[in-house]
Ligand binder design. Structure first.
Ligand code: SF4
Length: 232
């Protein structure tokens, strides 16, 4: 007879993540960074990582299309937590891009994400050897096979260590941890948003059972940063 193990509590999950983060940081012989969209998952992971690496570089993709609320929250939390924040900007401004290509987020969002997210991040990651992300498997079917520890090949061919310690966490775990540790979260969650990216490509969820269904009007699931190496 198969015995069903009880689900881990949020505190038990947090303790396991803490052990992994501590071990990885202690063993790292290459620079470590954490990407932060300032959504709840990334803030929870940063809260844990900064206990072991207070000055961890925090990489934010400053696409030029963010909600004002995200930028205000970024600036407030960066100040309160004394973050070592890097605003990663694309090679061309929004107005240059719109003059050259039109409103790509309406006509070709994959091209837009490539210019404003994927290329700038992969260029920035060339300075690092370990990459922490707050990804969770439950977020989308495109993340169902997410690995906690993965080798990630950058377009240059260099491979870095991609760590997603919250892989198995539920949304409830994230909210519980944030409440227990009094982490203020983006006010957009209070308006019903469940996944928050650039403003033109984010709505309230179209399917209440799919937290990422408000991204890109349900037309795509990923900006391209977190696709398996073979797909970029
Ligand atoms: S999420 Fe939308 S606006 Fe942001 S980079 Fe992608 S297509 Fe462009």
């Amino acid at each position: 007879m198969t015995e069903t193990l009880p689900a881990l509590t949020t505190a038990e999950r947090a303790a396991a993540v803490e052990r992994l983060v501590a071990a990885e940081i202690a063993a790292a012989t290459v620079p470590v960074a954490l990407t932060n969209s300032f959504q709840a998952e990334d803030m929870v992971l940063l809260h844990i990582v900064r206990r072991h690496l207070p000055n961890v570089p925090v990489l934010f993709l400053d696409t030029g299309y963010h909600f004002a609320e995200v930028l205000e929250y970024r600036d407030r939390m960066a100040h309160e937590w004394q973050m070592n924040l890097y605003n990663i900007v694309p090679q061309i401004t929004v107005s240059q891009q719109e003059s050259q290509f039109g409103i790509l987020n309406q006509t070709d969002p994959t091209h837009c994400c490539g210019l404003r997210k994927v290329q700038p991040l992969f260029a920035a990651l060339e300075d690092y050897g370990v990459w922490f992300t707050g990804l969770r498997r439950e977020q989308a079917k495109s993340r169902a096979a997410l690995k906690e520890i993965d080798d990630f090949a950058l377009p240059s061919g260099r491979t870095i260590r991609k760590l997603s310690p919250l892989t198995e966490w539920s949304a409830k775990d994230i909210w519980t941890y944030a409440a227990q540790h009094e982490i203020p979260l983006l006010t957009l969650y209070d308006q019903g948003y469940t996944s928050i990216g650039c403003e033109p490509c984010t709505t309230l969820p179209l399917d209440p059972n799919d937290p990422r269904s408000g991204r890109w009007g349900g037309q795509k699931l990923e900006c391209g940063i977190h696709l398996p190496t073979a797909n970029h």
